[in-house]
Design a protein around this ligand. Structure first.
Ligand code: SIN
Length: 464
């Protein structure tokens, strides 16, 4: 089931050094993958560079066909891929299937978009001249992907790059490399030409270090933590690479006085418990109008208490393990800090002893305040801290008082209120009566940190 090699220039490569991959639910070692050295990182770029002219030179229809065929195989192998993902990442198998559907939507969308990379003709200032604008592939793209969505973050990077005619070198998280390698096997099966995609596993610093120094790599795309994103951005400047970063979040979820409470509770559960709260778009700060506060807490406590935490391969499990021991420690620290500062745990609140792995009980905290860690940092775990507000402007001000600007959620039945909030919330994505906003066809991104970085430095906003 597990592929133990790297995929470079259409070949499966072994190395002497290995990294162990551990099942976070059982702590069993699932297997090993290469701990690639600078040599493998460089040969991946050699291969991608060599393949670039051929791939970019195909017609858009040919590239589209490759992506469509790859996506068909991903659908066919869904069961196997989901099992691998649950074993290495921990999410319940049903959620792993959900991720594969979501992730494969990128393949399907960009297989179509490949054919629609239109150019432009702009009127010139003189009549004997024409201005043609033609889109060109950026070149070799280096992609670095996280462990929380081991398939979707890969397809989200591969699909647009390949559609545009770029070739890719990709380093998956060392915690979840097997899903990536399985995807590469499927790409090989559909005959994607050698060198067009390359997967290198191992130490991020070593691999990214080589890719950053190599001027043939023209773009870095990264999903992961904000501190690593900052380093990558600085290093990319040396060879003037383009860069796309998708970093942390600290999403507020606002339940207005005019919300449909049933919808708000469903949406809140969706926005929190997808992947056990381990998502950058996960709702982290729940702000509920004072008129609905008690009933919201009562209902969400009851629903959260029903969630079954356990090994994602078992039937009926809703929340799997966290990825590692540090993640459990962070969640525990946030809960303890909230309790010390006066909040009340209405369900959960401690480590769950449902296996050898890294489990934490699905938790609701009543009476969260802005000074608590759970309101200042990404918890990245199954915790719902609920606070109350009196006016919408107060909710907006508190929601915006963070350097993060990725996602926000709003629950209201009033159209004018929804628009008022949408226009004022400083977040790239605002879900209105919707706890699940990510979609292949929608833009996904952050606003704000860059704009507000200076205010954070001056301590006008919370630091992280
Ligand atoms: C992430 O958490 O990194 C991505 C989540 C998503 O695509 O919805």
């Amino acid at each position: 089931m597990f592929l133990h090699k790297n995929y470079i220039n259409g070949e499966w490569i072994e190395t002497e050094e290995k990294v162990e991959v551990v099942n976070p639910a059982t702590l069993e070692v699932l297997g090993t993958v290469p701990d690639a050295s600078e040599k493998e990182a460089k040969s991946a770029v050699d291969a991608a560079h060599q393949a670039l002219a051929g791939w970019a030179g195909l017609s858009a229809y040919e590239r589209s066909e490759y992506l469509a065929n790859w996506s068909r195989l991903i659908d066919e192998e869904q069961e196997e891929l989901a099992k691998i993902m649950t074993l290495e990442q921990g999410k319940p198998k049903k959620d792993a299937i959900g991720e594969l559907v979501y992730g494969n939507a990128y393949m399907k969308w960009y297989a179509e978009e490949a054919k629609r990379v239109y150019g432009e003709i702009i009127p010139a200032s003189t009549k004997d001249k024409r201005i043609f604008v033609k889109h060109e592939p950026v070149g070799v793209v280096a992609a670095i992907t996280p462990w929380n969505f081991p398939a979707a973050m890969i397809t989200r990077k591969f699909a647009p790059a390949l559609a545009a005619g770029c070739t890719v070198v990709l380093k998956p998280s060392e915690e979840t490399p097997f899903t990536a390698l399985k995807l590469a096997e499927l790409a090989e099966k559909v005959g994607i030409p050698k060198g067009v995609i390359n997967i290198v596993t191992g130490d991020a610093k070593t691999i990214a270090g080589v890719w950053q120094k190599d001027a043939r790599v023209r773009k870095i795309t990264f999903t992961g933590s904000t501190p690593v994103g900052k380093i990558l951005m600085k290093d990319a400047a040396e060879t003037m690479k383009k860069i796309s970063l998708e970093l942390g979040g600290q999403a507020p979820l606002i339940v207005s006085q005019h919300a449909d409470l049933a919808k708000a509770v469903d949406g809140a559960l969706q926005a929190k418990f997808r992947n056990g709260g381990q998502a950058c778009v996960a709702a982290n700060r729940f702000l509920v109008h004072e008129d609905l506060f008690d009933e919201f807490v009562e209902r969400i406590t009851a629903r959260t208490a029903e969630l079954v935490c356990g090994n994602g391969l078992e039937e009926g499990v809703h929340v799997g393990p966290l990825i590692n021991a540090d993640a459990v420690e962070k969640v525990e620290k946030h809960v303890n800090d909230a309790v010390e500062k006066g909040a009340e745990v209405t369900t959960g609140g401690k480590r769950a002893h449902v296996g050898a792995g890294h489990f934490f009980e699905p938790t609701v905290i009543k009476g969260a305040t802005d000074d608590m860690l759970c309101f200042q940092e990404e918890t990245f775990g199954p915790v719902i801290p609920v606070s109350t507000f009196k006016t919408l402007d107060e909710a907006i001000q508190r929601a915006n008082n963070t350097p993060y600007g990725l996602a926000a959620y709003v629950f209201t039945e009033k159209m004018n209120e929804a628009i008022y909030l949408m226009d004022r919330l400083q977040f790239g994505i605002v879900g209105i009566n919707d706890g699940s906003t990510s979609a292949a066809q929608a833009p996904f991104g952050d606003i704000k940190r860059v704009v507000l970085a200076e205010r954070v430095e001056k301590k006008e906003l919370w630091n992280i």
